[in-house]
Design a protein around this ligand. Structure first.
Ligand SMILES: [Zn+2]
Length: 284
């Protein structure tokens, strides 16, 4: 076991809800705003410094309603001081420009998909004009994008957008692996992703990774041992193992914290995470 990155703080992001999991999959999936705030707070206490959020409507279905995002953002800011709020502009929650309707709320970050690929039962559609529009909205509202790389080409696209001045600062890329019909969880690809990020964006740029389903913990281990940052949470995986549902988002965060301990990486505080990502300070 290599501890090549011992001492380097690791940012843990908790993706609390997503668009797909339901209470039927796992009763711990937070759906209402108050459940989301409570779940985020427990995850924050467990070590998460970024919360990645989608919102649901009264029937529990995904929505891009800016009013719901506003209520969630305000409550998390009140209950989790300094925590980085990252709102999803993902395509499962809305269509077209509605996906970015919450960006005027000026969350610290927002997810940004820069290319299309397949999802389990559909095309994940990110047409170039919409990608450009979402990036421009993020730039004008001072929202740092997290580039979701579902494919190698998305890392190249992020580099191209950065060179054209479409993104503030260096892109923060997340490798997403294990979505059915998209990039599988493959160690050689993972290592190539890291090399490509460093080659195109700079030797010292931070990056992160997420694995789906039972591969969440696999990708957490790869990312933490390789010097990256880690995403966990019920959006990506609802189980601790084949037989056991995760009791909470906090339990999944605790699992990532244990991996950080294994590789002697301190868990980044929200202030450290803000500095690593070049985010603006917390609003007074
Ligand atoms: Zn998401």
């Amino acid at each position: 076991m290599t501890k090549a990155h011992a001492g380097k703080p690791c940012i843990i992001c908790v993706a609390i809800t997503g668009s797909v999991p339901t209470k039927a999959d796992n009763p711990a999936v937070p759906v209402t705003i108050s459940e989301q705030v409570e779940s985020t707070h427990a995850a924050f206490e467990a070590g998460a410094s970024i919360m990645h959020a989608h919102v649901r409507d009264d029937e529990g279905k995904p929505t891009s309603d800016p009013e719901r995002f506003a209520r969630l953002k305000e409550a998390v800011e009140a209950h989790c001081p300094g925590m980085i709020i990252q709102l999803s502009t993902g395509g499962r929650s809305g269509a077209g420009q509605a996906r970015g309707g919450m960006l005027p709320l000026r969350p610290d970050m927002a997810s940004l998909s820069v290319g299309s690929n397949n999802f389990p039962t559909r095309v994940y559609e990110n047409p170039p004009d919409l990608v450009d529009w979402l990036a421009a909205e993020m730039l004008s509202h001072d929202v740092k994008p997290e580039i979701e790389a579902f494919d190698l080409s998305h890392i190249f696209k992020a580099a191209e957008m950065a060179a054209k001045g479409q993104l503030a600062g260096k892109p923060y890329v997340q490798f997403v692996m294990g979505v059915k019909n998209a990039m599988p969880v493959d160690r050689e690809v993972f290592d190539f992703y890291i090399r490509t990020v460093h080659r195109l964006l700079g030797a010292d740029v931070p990056w992160c990774a997420a694995g789906i389903g039972q591969n969440q913990i696999v990708v957490n281990d790869w990312a933490i041992s390789s010097g990256g940052h880690a995403r966990t949470g019920l959006e990506d995986n609802v189980r601790l193992d084949k037989a056991t549902l995760a009791p909470s988002n906090a339990a999944l965060v605790a699992r990532a914290v244990a991996i950080c301990e294994k590789y002697e990486r301190p868990v980044a505080t929200p202030m450290q995470a803000r500095a690593i990502l070049g985010l603006r300070p917390v609003a007074a």
